[in-house]
Design a protein around this ligand. Structure first.
Ligand code: 5GP
Length: 238
């Protein structure tokens, strides 16, 4: 295996991760923190070992997706909390795929959480903390230059394929993939899947009991957050 490039200065600190430049201008190191925030950082806390779980689970899912032909920014996991990634030019559109009604969709449209959707629904949100990531339509992204029509077509297709792959994998582990958020970026003229895929960014429910095994335990003060993250890691590694 090639030696990891040298870790240089931190150039970005987000709510859950820090990003470091490296001696290779095309690569960055993502460091996964235990800090947890919700409701655009109005609620803050820590979830012990969360960074380790999210790093490992993202590695596992990115490898699975790459194996299925979905190009991602993942290069390799370096240690418990660090991942080597391609440096993306982030497209400021968050993509949510939903299989069941939950969270903001239940609230916005007055539907019951747990209602099964007749087909997966892809939603776009403008990535802006100042505006609380508002729901947008594709035309907003095109009109304001956040993404081109061709990039949006690719993003839509990649998001739905990602849903198919993850859903099948999780179903075998008795987990329902309720919904999840993806981010994409440009690298070398290609659209790649970026960010992380973990209990912070997905809703995972036990298929039999509908027990929540994701960040909703933190958001909604349900308790047992650390145990839920560990249980999810155990299931995806089995
Ligand atoms: P909702 O729109 O219902 O709040 O979220 C839908 C799905 O996308 C959930 O799985 C949620 O975890 C994820 N999601 C949406 N926005 C964000 C965000 O800003 N940060 C994180 N970590 N996840 C998000």
């Amino acid at each position: 295996m090639e030696a990891a490039p040298e870790k240089l200065e931190m150039f970005y600190e987000g709510k859950a991760k820090k990003l470091y430049a490296t001696s290779d201008p095309d690569l960055v190191i993502a460091y996964f923190k235990d800090d947890a925030t919700a409701f655009n950082a109005k609620k803050r806390g820590t979830v012990e070992h969360k960074g380790i779980v999210n790093n490992r689970m993202s590695e596992l899912f990115f490898n699975l997706l790459e194996h299925e032909g979905i190009a991602t920014h993942f290069v390799r996991r370096l240690n418990d909390r660090e991942m080597l990634c391609k440096r993306l030019k982030i497209i400021p559109v968050e993509v949510v795929v939903r299989n069941l009604v939950a969270g903001s969709m239940a609230k916005r449209l007055g539907r019951t959480e747990g209602e099964v959707l007749p087909f997966p629904i892809v939603e776009y949100y403008y990535k802006s903390d100042a505006l609380d990531d508002p729901l947008i339509i594709a035309e907003h992204a095109i009109a304001f230059g956040w993404a081109t029509p061709d990039q949006l077509r690719q993003i839509n297709e990649l998001a739905l394929r990602t849903n198919d792959v993850l859903r099948g994998f999780l179903d075998q582990r008795n987990i329902m993939l309720v919904d999840f958020k993806l981010e994409f970026g440009r690298f070398d003229g290609q659209v790649l899947l970026g960010d992380e895929i973990c209990p912070d960014t997905c809703r995972f429910w036990d298929k039999d009991t509908h027990e929540k095994l994701d960040k909703d335990r933190f958001r909604r003060d349900l308790g047992g957050v650390e145990d839920a993250y560990q249980e999810m890691l155990r299931r995806v590694e089995s």
